[in-house]
Design a protein around this ligand. Structure first.
Ligand code: HEM
Length: 410
């Protein structure tokens, strides 16, 4: 049975092969997923806090200010998590195409629902964002609750696709239960609650780290006075400690919930992750109330996320082994020019142009009133325009030359 499934899996691979070694796509998939999930978690955390703060806004003006800030943060976070979800999606589809496409077709309706609920959820969030003012009516919070609820549903759909793709031996049962073919794609066939709830629970520590960095970031602005920043810092510290305490048992549940046939090495990153979470909780407790440590703590949050991303991939590799599916024997038709173009794009557009935007926004946000760019930022801006122009030229010249080569039959 496993051999048959393995044969089908390998036959479903793209016959055109892939343009670079499979490990490269695997590494990029893991790394880019860290960026995606970081924004997912911060967004969910910020959204939840903005709702709580909205309902507490009459208790103290700090809650009102925090609610507005978190609503804005979540608004930007959703756009970034969507953009940053595209990269791991593409890399998954390159090396795990049979798994991802089959899992998607088996729950096709839900995949389409995913798009619509994301749009409705985001629109709903915008309604909340535009109207979240001190005089706003309490029932406005319903838009925010709807938005957050739909984002969580979207996360669940993503989880189901990822989890279904790990179980090729179940696909026929889902596609044709009792021998009756069901092409509707109307069910979410498999949910691993331990995995999903653990990942989502990390929103609390992620929010905490965001709050601690937020309190440091605004240290120079008089519209975020010291007492407000101290309030945010203390809140972040509390949410961080409680959040890690809630995440840990969920993590152990996931560890126990892994299929018995997975070898112990499949569990190793999970145990390291538990250790990283405990250390993070201790650090939040120790440094959380001190001004100036927010960024350090924020970036140290990437360690547990990196371990989680690695663990997901180790689980996938182990789950595929019995079927004889190994990404390393994927057919490679090396395409050096496109690989070089990809990395140059990443460096030039991602590094210089992206770096310019991030730095500009970072500095501008620290200043009250009109922001005047300094010389470094201005030069980086000019360089970005040059790099962008160069990139567009190379993109079209490269495409055009391939087209001409094919047209004249070389
Ligand atoms: C509010 C919207 C979203 C939420 C809450 C969300 C949440 C999640 C979660 C929790 C996972 C981990 C699932 C697991 O490992 O069990 C995940 C994985 C993933 N998400 Fe998202 N996501 C959202 C939107 C998106 C979008 C718009 C894209 C693509 C453009 C995307 C691409 C991915 C990819 C590629 C994976 C990894 C799948 C795999 O490795 O098999 N996500 N997401």
């Amino acid at each position: 049975m496993e051999a048959d499934v393995g044969f089908i899996l390998n036959t479903m691979r793209d016959p055109a092969g892939i343009p670079a070694p499979p490990w490269l796509f695997q590494v990029l998939m893991v790394l880019t997923w860290v960026a995606h999930i970081a924004f997912v978690l911060v967004t969910l955390g910020a959204a939840a806090l903005s709702i709580v703060a909205f309902y507490l806004r009459h208790h103290h003006p700090h809650w009102q200010q925090l609610s507005i800030a978190m609503t804005k943060g979540a608004k930007i976070g959703v756009s970034l998590l969507i953009v940053l979800g595209v990269a791991p999606l593409l890399f998954t589809q390159v090396i795990y195409d049979p798994q991802w496409y089959t899992a998607s077709v088996l729950s096709a309706r839900w995949l389409i629902i995913f798009i619509f609920t994301l749009i409705i959820g985001y629109c709903s969030w915008f309604v909340f964002y535009y109207s979240n003012k001190p005089e706003a009516q309490t029932r406005l919070g319903l838009f925010a609750l709807l938005g957050l609820g739909l984002f969580l549903l979207d996360g669940l759909i993503m989880h189901v696709l990822a989890y279904q793709s790990l179980q090729p031996d179940q696909w026929m049962n889902w596609y044709a239960p009792n021998g009756q073919v069901d092409t509707r794609g109307a069910s979410l066939h498999a949910i691993q609650w331990s995995r999903f709830l653990f990942i989502i629970s990390l929103s609390a520590p992620a929010l905490a780290l965001y709050l601690l960095a937020y309190a440091d970031y605004y240290s120079r602005r008089s519209d975020r006075p010291k007492d407000y920043r101290d309030f945010v810092r203390q809140l972040g510290r509390r949410i961080g400690k409680v959040g890690c305490l809630i995440s840990l048992p969920l993590l152990f549940w996931w560890l126990l919930d892994l299929p018995g046939h997975l070898s112990t090495s499949a569990h190793t990153p999970g145990w390291l992750l538990a250790g990283a979470l405990i250390i993070l909780a201790i650090q939040i407790d120790r440094l959380g109330s001190l001004p100036g440590r927010g960024y350090l703590l924020l970036f140290s949050g990437l360690i547990p996320l990196g371990l989680m991303a690695l663990w997901r991939e180790v689980i996938r590799v182990h789950a595929m082994k019995p079927f004889g599916y190994d990404i390393h024997d994927y057919t490679v038709h090396a395409d050096l020019p496109s690989t070089i173009l990809f990395f140059l794009t990443l460096l030039g557009i991602g590094g210089i142009f992206g770096g310019f935007l991030v730095l500009l926004l970072y500095r501008a946000g620290q200043v009250e009133g009109k922001y005047q760019a300094d010389r470094t930022i201005a030069r980086l801006g000019t360089l970005s325009v040059v790099v962008l122009g160069l990139w567009i030229t190379v993109f079209f010249v490269y495409g055009f030359s391939i087209w001409v080569r094919h047209a004249i039959g070389f």
